[in-house]
Design a protein around this ligand. Structure first.
Ligand SMILES: Cc1ncc(COP(=O)(O)O)c(C=O)c1O
Length: 471
């Protein structure tokens, strides 16, 4: 690829630009002015849509450049004083941002909780950037604010909630929920399982709330006996405790027994100050008729976190925090802003994150998204079944929410992972051991091909070992 940076820079150098030669400071200033105008025509040019250029940018998404490890070297180390123009900038940065190797639109992509994003969500990103609406100012953007409220209205009943808002991720959603718990219910401490997300530890630190861990079962779901035992030993403390249950742990996808936890404490005549369910990962199972029962009891929570950038197929930085009691959460989260505006939640200025999900739900419906969720988890179930047939594989768990851990009994997990590659599998640690971790959130996944790939890697490792044993 040509050096876009070098070639464009030559068009204007010290004291000479577009054929004009001038000396001194004034000359340099004039050169700069001429340069800007030669480059861009006028200040209007960057702000007036150029459809051909936009199409060029889209073409780069669909037909990305090859991965170029030296593309970063072409970026200036210091802030560029003069621009290289939009096309050269697109061409250069695309080599860093868009290589095919990083696309999740791949039937072998099975290592991450992130999903491929439907193209319709890309349109929302362009729309969003073009208007740059700020939902902070409700009066300025009544339509988009209503749009967000409408989508929250579509979503909330899935988990038995009444209100909520979009935030940029599960961590912020958990922080917002537990802030409401602390200031709206008098919770002074957080109790959660030792397998809960690290985000809960961060939230406890930020909110200054002591964090107490309850033991988990080998599959990483919360151990109910341990929770009941804890409550029995300190019944009075429960009225100032926020209990965080997890629906879909990060490592194994395990779902805490939500209903059993709530029933167990209520059988003791106890109710914590606040129940929060971190359903960042498995929350969208509620979309699926077949899998909704796995979340039984979630509607008893006071707040729920859903990461829409996981199994709701949204681009990164999309999550919702939902509340059961609007008056109670509003009493904590609503702040009067200037000009009689009301700010809700942690964020100040914020983009409209609901746009992409609105488009997706309108275009494909709840059933469409449910089918994508089911297909990813079904694929992992099929993979687990295929792996169980192999005598040299140990399968750790049933991938009820789409996360599968398995290991070779004859080769190190690190060797297997090296053979599979980072897109196909990642590392899970459970039971004190290292496991191959795979995630079924990719509706494009080809499980037959995946089985062939895994078998190929395991068989190759086995035959290498036999060869070296014979030598
Ligand atoms: C269960 C759970 N909670 C919270 C988070 C944090 O979410 P985010 O990375 O969107 O802030 C994760 C991330 O994977 C998670 O799996």
């Amino acid at each position: 690829m040509r050096s876009a940076w070098g070639s464009q820079r030559e068009a204007c150098t010290n004291g000479s630009c577009a054929g004009i030669v001038l000396d001194g400071q004034l000359g340099e200033q004039l050169v700069n002015m001429v340069y800007v105008n030669v480059q861009s025509g006028s200040n209007r040019e960057p702000f007036e849509p150029d459809l051909d250029a936009l199409r060029f940018a889209l073409d780069l998404v669909v037909d990305p450049p090859d991965t170029n490890p030296s593309a970063l070297d072409e970026l200036p180390l210091a802030m560029p004083e003069r621009g290289i123009g939009p096309q050269a900038a697109l061409e250069l940065v695309a080599q860093i941002a868009l290589p095919q190797s990083s696309s999740l639109l791949d039937p072998m992509a099975a290592s991450r909780m992130a999903t491929p994003t439907p193209w319709l969500t890309w349109a929302a990103a362009v729309w969003s950037a073009s208007r740059s609406e700020n939902l902070l100012h409700k009066a300025d953007t009544p339509q988009v604010n209503e749009l967000q409220d409408r989508v929250i209205g579509w979503l909330s009943p899935l988990w038995g909630m009444a209100t909520g808002h979009f935030v940029p991720g599960g961590t912020i959603a958990n922080l917002t929920a537990l802030w409401a718990a602390r200031d709206g219910s008098g919770a002074t401490r957080i109790v959660t399982s030792e397998a809960s997300s690290v985000s809960v530890s961060k939230v406890a630190r930020v909110l200054g709330m002591p964090l107490i861990f309850i033991d988990s079962n080998p599959d990483e779901s919360m151990n109910m006996d341990a929770l009941i035992d804890f409550a029995r030993r300190d019944p009075d403390g429960m009225s100032r405790t926020a209990v965080v249950l997890t629906a879909g742990t990060q490592n194994t996808g395990a779902i805490d027994p939500l209903r059993d936890a709530m029933k167990g404490l209520s059988n003791l005549g106890l109710r914590p100050a606040w129940w929060h369910v971190d359903a960042s990962w498995a929350g969208p199972l509620a979309l699926s008729d077949r899998r909704r029962p796995l979340l039984k009891g979630i509607d008893g929570a006071d707040s729920v976190t859903i990461s829409a950038h996981k199994m709701m197929f949204q681009p990164t930085e999309s999550a919702v925090v939902l509340f059961k009691d609007a008056a109670r959460s509003d009493s904590v989260l609503e702040f009067a802003g200037p000009d009689e505006t009301t700010q809700v939640g942690l964020l100040g200025s914020r983009a409209d994150r609901s746009l992409a999900l609105t488009l997706l739900l309108l275009a494909y419906g709840e059933d469409g998204l449910a089918a994508w969720v089911d297909s990813g988890i079904d694929a992992m179930m099929a993979l687990a079944e295929a792996l169980r047939q192999r005598p040299d594989v140990d399968v750790f768990n049933s991938p009820v929410s789409g996360v599968l851990l398995w290991r070779s009994t004859t080769h190190s997990t690190d060797d297997v992972l090296a053979g599979l590659g980072r897109k196909v599998a990642g590392l899970g640690i459970a039971d004190g051991r290292r496991w191959v971790r795979q995630v079924g959130s990719n509706p494009l996944m080809d499980v037959d091909e995946l089985v062939v790939r895994i078998s190929g890697v395991l068989d190759a490792l086995n035959s290498n070992q036999q060869t070296s044993t014979r030598q």
